[in-house]
Design a protein around this ligand. Sequence first.
Ligand SMILES: *[C@@H]1O[C@H](CO)[C@@H](O)[C@H](O)[C@H]1NC(C)=O
Ligand SMILES: *[C@@H]1O[C@H](CO)[C@@H](O)[C@H](O)[C@H]1NC(C)=O
Ligand SMILES: *[C@@H]1O[C@H](CO)[C@@H](O)[C@H](O)[C@H]1NC(C)=O
Ligand SMILES: *[C@@H]1O[C@H](CO)[C@@H](O)[C@H](O)[C@H]1NC(C)=O
Ligand SMILES: *[C@@H]1O[C@H](CO)[C@@H](O)[C@H](O)[C@H]1NC(C)=O
Length: 302
Amino acid sequence: MKGVLSHFLLQIPVLILLLILLFMDKSQSSPISGAKYSFSIRNKVHVLPYDISPNTQPLPFIPLLAPSPLIPFTNDSLPKLSGLCSLNFSAVQDIMTKTATNCWTTFAPYLANVVCCPQFDAMLITLIGQSSKYSGLLALSKTQANHCLSDIQKVLVSQGANENLNNICSVHPSNLTEGLCPVASVDEFESIADSSRLLTACREINPVNECCDQVCQNAIDYAARKIALNDMSNSNGNSSLPPKIARIKDCKNIILRWLAGKLNPSTSNSVFRGLSNCNLNKGEQRENKNMDFLANLSEYKS
Ligand SMILES: *[C@@H]1O[C@H](CO)[C@@H](O)[C@H](O)[C@H]1NC(C)=O
Ligand SMILES: *[C@@H]1O[C@H](CO)[C@@H](O)[C@H](O)[C@H]1NC(C)=O
Ligand SMILES: *[C@@H]1O[C@H](CO)[C@@H](O)[C@H](O)[C@H]1NC(C)=O
Ligand SMILES: *[C@@H]1O[C@H](CO)[C@@H](O)[C@H](O)[C@H]1NC(C)=O
Ligand SMILES: *[C@@H]1O[C@H](CO)[C@@H](O)[C@H](O)[C@H]1NC(C)=O
């Protein structure tokens, strides 16, 4: 009994923090009613209609908990970057700020699985995707990846993010390369994959429907298999090729980056957040039982 109680008490600060973050997001952009929110925390989305009519009433109690201004750690001096990363940070400035907020220094470890890391992942995809519009490349070389990840970290930290983000979210430089996927350029990708089908399926996703219908996810899976196995027909079943599953997984990243280059940055960010919420609910991503109850909450985001 005591154990249960203390477990519950331990969760309370985390819950409050999440509510603060949710409120920050909502107060910036979205129409979801604050009042409904606070009483429906444990209900699933189908209980609370997703498309609630605009209601700008602030939450009755959250503003009292939320410090104002909300990001006291913001550091206005620009961080020193390597100058060796060719990614276009200015194209995704807003999304980097959002990531820094979602991965706020002290809270990041607690909110990692549901808030911080999905946003960090979405940001990385969007950043590489947006930069592909100029470079034509959907992946970084190993050297570039090292410089870029370090620069990204510096920018985020200068805006208040946790300094240990790469570890918290298990992001390594290799995650910015093409990995085992045989395709890394926009032109090659478009010559193999059915890009209009992908765009149609993923241009805008409704996070609630997408988790059930998986229209965009299926289109991504299909395209990932196609580009992953594209040159395999020439290999006479050479079994020393990388395992199919691993190739397909890495090709999915390439596809997400390509999509990110076709969408505007904020749409791209919310599409990927929506997709990762689906995965969270299926328990596929960064499983963490303690955070399970927050997964339900996070469905209201994105
Ligand atoms: C702001 O960022 C710069 C460079 O990253 C750092 O040297 C400085 O100590 C930071 N200031 C504060 C108050 O965190
Ligand atoms: C970076 O992105 C911005 C905004 O999308 C764009 O105006 C600029 O030309 C890009 N810079 C480079 C070097 O690609
Ligand atoms: C990064 O790559 C490693 C393996 O190289 C993998 O274990 C990890 O899950 C990847 N991280 C992300 C965020 O995809
Ligand atoms: C299989 O692939 C490896 C590396 O790609 C190559 O060295 C080897 O000669 C190939 N074997 C056959 C039988 O094609
Ligand atoms: C989250 O929602 C699911 C589905 O409604 C439910 O089974 C689960 O118990 C909820 N988790 C928590 C901790 O509320």
